[in-house]
Write a protein that binds this ligand. Structure first.
Ligand SMILES: Cc1cc2nc3c(=O)[nH]c(=O)nc-3n(C[C@H](O)[C@H](O)[C@H](O)COP(=O)(O)OP(=O)(O)OC[C@H]3O[C@@H](n4cnc5c(N)ncnc54)[C@H](O)[C@@H]3O)c2cc1C
Length: 501
């Protein structure tokens, strides 16, 4: 155990690998420890590994030059809804479809139509393969068959035991999923609500698939979704009783499926099965000394509404540059803890978003009444745009203490007069001070600063903006309006707050 890594990451899932990539961009020495023997895990591939990623996740990959690795098939690429088509799937809330054709971009003035505005479909295997490839190129060591089982920390470092070896790091980040060992070993407080149902995502062979309807089906005992024959997701309001360490046998799943669907469908065999519950829990603090958590290790909830991976990628994006600046000794004192103040409320919202859906889908007249009310609301233009804004992440904005609507939100993907766009200029993970026109005084503020680059750009439409300070995670930290001189003092203060004196 000679080498002292800057950061050890437990878990080579999508969040751990995305974080490793962010840290590697900033030249940190990173070690990833993964308990599974190899990167190939059957549950990560389609159909069980299929995942919807929202606009914020798509944008994160796009900005780092990884969008092509995230999605390839034409129908999985982010697609602009066609207004001429009366209904296009934009997501769902408790099985109630949200119509993307109702999207009104004028309501999201800084979100510009472009390659990364719309959600996409991908799968866990594809994400992890792409990220594994990228981190290997950037010198990250990933050790498989290395389950973190013991950790100790002091004021300077963390020592972990994994796969019979000891490893030393200045920091440890637990990205080890919903049943996180790191969370337990470091004594994080994990609070929330207990399960009321058990969910199943199953690929099976049915003797008589025609007995089940296709699509989302509310029933008197829960909900089932048949995406294609034998590819099923369902939730049973069983009080969360199913012991999830048990194997899902054909007999067990058939009994559940019959209860939920009210049919006498027959399950011949199970190809693959994953279970989940609607347990909603979140750590109260995202950091204990030199140990941090990100992704499912910090927050768990049901997959309703497809937000978990998005929340995790958002954590990694938010934490990566802050931790890197801390490791490099150039971070302002409070920077690392802004991870907690910015990301805790986001996951807290995700937990509530899934809780509300569980209430809405609950069998019985109360659930039905709530679902009908929401159905009516979601059909209105205001309702559809509210839900699209939340589901796609278009309304995400951190409270940074500035009332300008763009401060705390994602930087607009401006179209530039040379035909390029702003997004890909963030590929190397640096912060940017962007002027739309040249401003020598602002340029001077960046001179000699590590991690911050000055860019003078010409946009086809500058949206009324004169200059922006953009953090490495793409979040705008300061703006100046076009047509008036930039407030240099305010720009300087914002730079000091996020990039140090
Ligand atoms: C059926 C289903 C459908 C879903 N659909 C969506 C969707 O459409 N959109 C969406 O945004 N989210 C979705 N989610 C949620 C999403 O899959 C998770 O939020 C996401 O995988 C979390 O990523 P992670 O890297 O934090 O954790 P994980 O993906 O769980 O990865 C954790 C990694 O850590 C490893 N590990 C565990 N313990 C240790 C240890 N002690 N030491 C070392 N390694 C360890 C694990 O082997 C694993 O590789 C869905 C979830 C389910 C169950």
């Amino acid at each position: 155990m000679n080498k002292l890594y800057d950061v050890i990451i437990a878990g080579a899932g999508p969040v751990g690998l995305f974080l490793a990539h962010e840290l590697a961009l900033a030249n940190c020495a990173v070690l990833v420890l993964e308990k599974e023997p190899s990167a190939q895990m059957p549950w990560k591939s389609k159909p069980l590994g299929l995942r919807g990623v929202n606009s914020n996740s798509v944008e994160a990959f796009y900005r780092r030059g990884l969008l092509d690795a995230l999605v390839d098939d034409a129908d999985q690429r982010p697609q602009r809804p066609d207004k001429a088509i009366p209904f296009q799937f934009g997501g769902h809330f408790a099985g109630i479809m949200v119509n993307a054709s109702q999207l009104d971009l004028a309501r999201f003035p800084y979100r510009l139509a472009g390659p990364a505005l719309y959600p996409a479909k991908t799968d866990m295997e594809r994400i992890c393969t792409a990220l594994n490839h990228q981190v290997a190129k950037r010198g990250v060591t990933v050790v498989y068959g290395a389950e973190v089982t013991v950790l100790e920390q002091d004021a300077d470092q963390v020592v972990v035991q994994a796969g019979g070896q000891h490893y030393q790091g200045r920091w440890l980040v637990g990205c080890d999923g919903g049943r996180s060992q790191v969370r337990k070993l470091a004594g994080f407080e994990f609070v929330g609500t207990e399960a009321s149902c058990t969910g199943y995502s199953v690929h099976c062979e049915l003797a008589d698939p025609e007995k089940l309807a296709m699509g989302f089906q509310y029933t008197t005992n829960g909900l089932y979704v048949q995406a294609s024959p034998g590819h099923l997701a369902l939730m049973e309001y069983d009080g969360g009783r199913f012991d999830r360490s048990q194997e899902v046998t054909a007999a067990h799943f058939q009994a559940v499926l019959r209860r939920v669907s009210g049919t006498d469908v027959t399950v011949n065999s199970i190809q693959m099965a994953a279970t989940f519950t609607d347990r909603c829990k979140q750590v109260t603090q995202y950091r204990q000394g030199r140990v941090l958590l990100a992704g499912d290790s910090a927050h768990i909830h049901s997959p309703l509404g497809a937000q978990g991976l998005n929340a995790g990628i958002g954590d990694a994006l938010n934490l990566g540059w802050k931790l890197a600046a801390t490791v490099k000794g150039r971070a302002p004192a409070a920077l690392i803890d802004s991870y907690q103040s910015e990301r805790h409320p986001v996951a807290s919202w995700v937990l509530d978003w899934t809780r509300a859906q569980v209430a809405c889908m609950a069998p019985g007249p109360q659930g039905e009444a709530l679902a009908q009310l929401l159905r009516d609301l979601i059909q209105t233009d205001d309702g559809a745009n509210h839900f699209l804004g939340k589901l796609w992440g278009l309304t995400l904005r951190y409270e940074l203490g500035d009332s300008h609507p763009l401060v705390g939100a994602s930087a607009p993907d401006l179209e530039l007069t040379d035909g390029s766009r702003l997004g890909p200029k963030m590929a190397d993970g640096q912060g940017l001070l962007v002027t739309l026109g040249d401003d020598r005084d602002l340029a001077g503020l960046c001179r000699g600063r590590a991690g911050l680059e000055y860019l003078a750009l010409a946009a086809k439409d500058n949206l009324g903006l004169g200059a922006m300070l953009i953090r490495p995670d793409g979040i705008v930290a300061w703006v100046s309006e076009a047509g008036s001189p930039a407030d240099l003092g305010a720009a300087q203060a914002a730079i000091a707050r996020w990039f140090g004196q």
